[in-house]
Design a protein around this ligand. Structure first.
Ligand code: NCD
Length: 304
């Protein structure tokens, strides 16, 4: 990887992505070979927003590489409550750790924080901005189940506030992919993401109804409406529950359709889908371990 930090999917070339995915496949095939790879390394976890999968999988990934983690813990019990700035927090934690993982409610927080530290920093979600390590595990799951070229994907739900969508859509421009975006009009892609997609010459179409495009799809990536990012709860209520996938919806889908979701889900995928061959979202979450191990391995080796 060219850069020391992972802040945005825009910074990832096809080569960078393939290096991480190939390393993750090596780890998946022979995890024992990586067990002591980063013995003595400490990863700092700074989560200013709730997280289950991302925090736990970075924690596990570091430990499965032989390293350890230090966790800032909940914001309520940290010095942030005393008024400490983000810049100060990351500079302090940098002194305890060899790499940092940061999640923060403000868009741009990771870009700003990276300016203050000399160890690799991974953006684990900055508000409605980016979530590039999620994208790497999404791409790994897509590559395993459908292949990354000559792919038709539907990305559905909250395209405005969904940071996993922004990172995924931008990373997919490195491959031969037709991207269909399905959302209510009020939750379409933000202007900066549209601009990046347009500038890269990506094949992009927007829809308000899934059935316009469902039969063509190889992959359907479903997302949660990001309730916590709506400035007005009434606006959330207008769109909540609008897109739901159940057995009936899937009658028009290809038998090989792969359904993904970054999780957590609220009600956008009915549990009746979970046992079907379409459902790959739990596999996707489990892929967080080899992919984050691969990412840490590459970023920490850059540093050697
Ligand atoms: C996502 C996030 O935090 O952006 N969760 C995750 O990391 N898997 C998706 C979400 O919260 O909807």
């Amino acid at each position: 990887m060219r850069q020391d930090h992972l802040i945005s999917a825009v910074d990832l070339s096809r080569e960078d992505i393939e290096a991480v995915l190939d390393r993750a496949a090596e780890i998946d095939a022979n995890p024992a070979a990586f067990r002591q790879r980063h013995a003595g390394t400490v990863l700092g976890l700074c989560f200013f927003e709730p997280s289950t999968r991302t925090r736990m999988s970075f924690d596990t990934a570091m430990k499965r590489l032989g390293g350890q983690t230090v966790d800032m813990g909940p914001v309520e019990s940290s010095s942030v409550k005393k008024g400490e700035t983000l810049a100060d927090t990351v500079r302090v934690v940098e002194g305890y750790a060899d790499a940092l993982v940061l999640r923060h409610p403000s868009e741009g927080a990771a870009t700003m924080a990276a300016d203050f530290v000399n160890v690799p920093l991974v953006n684990a979600g900055d508000g409605a901005g980016q979530h590039p390590s999620q994208t790497l595990l999404d791409l790994y799951t897509i590559r395993e189940n459908a292949g990354l070229d000559d792919l038709t994907i539907g990305i559905m739900g909250d395209l405005k506030y969904g940071r996993t969508v922004h990172s995924l859509a931008e990373a997919l421009t490195n491959f031969d992919v037709n991207q269909h975006f399905i959302s209510p009009e009020s939750l379409q892609l933000p202007r900066n993401v549209r601009y990046d997609l347009h500038a890269s010459g990506a094949s992009v179409k927007e829809h308000t109804e899934l059935d316009e495009v469902l039969p063509e799809l190889d992959v359907l990536y479903v997302t949660r409406i990001q309730r916590e990012r709506f400035p007005d709860e009434n606006e959330y209520r207008k769109v909540a529950g609008e897109y739901k996938i159940d057995d009936e919806t899937l009658a028009a889908a290809s038998d090989d359709l792969v359904i993904m979701h970054p999780l957590p889900r609220v009600d956008e995928i009915s549990p009746e889908i979970d046992d079907s061959d379409h459902a790959k979202y739990f596999e996707q979450a489990h892929n967080g371990i080899p992919v984050r191990m691969a990412l840490l391995d590459i970023l920490l080796s850059n540093d050697d």
